[in-house]
Ligand binder design. Sequence first.
Ligand code: TMP
Length: 211
Amino acid sequence: MKRGKFITIEGQDGAGKSTNIASVLSCLETAAIETVVTREPGGTPLGETLRDVVLGSQDADFGDMAELLLIFAARAQHIAEVIEPALAKGHWVLCDRFTDATFAYQGGGRGIKLDKISALERLVQGDLQPDLTLLLDVPVDVGVARAGQRSEPDRFERQQDEFKSRVRSVYLKRAESYSERFKLIDASQSIQEVQTQVVQVMTEFIMSNGK
Ligand code: TMP
């Protein structure tokens, strides 16, 4: 059985992930690729509970290291119960955020040293890395304006613009460092233009992966 491909989609809050996940999925469906769609933090019952803790509580102040460990606790179970079994069965996995978000938010945003995050990444993931990461990039003010049109902001959406700008900068640095798996999408354009870029990336990836 040929192992499936692991695709992640990343970007700042308000970059338009939800709309574009639908485009990615529609490309995979057209190619008749069986796909598991999931998200982080979340993806399992425990993961969703931890998601509520990490994103939810208005006044939660549990410290940056606890936040980081909660995210990796959710990830460990998500990998074991959802991601690895699906890939082993030959299914593809489309995950709304993964460890690049931890480097961007907990590393860039919160200021946790990146080597501490790398150590947890190795411990929890072993060799598991996405095969393709779509990074939807928008200037901070565009993301803030778009995210502001949605409901109640979460613990990260409530952060200052400097936090968001550090998040963006770590994402962009990672896209440069891991250029073999990252595809940078300019998400400041119109929905149609962004969709065209996403479809192009997905078509190339699907073709070069034998489907
Ligand atoms: P979203 O899935 O609706 O984008 O919300 C998830 C939020 O969680 C988003 O603000 C980014 C944040 N997050 C982290 O801070 N670290 C992580 O590792 C992940 C996966 C998400």
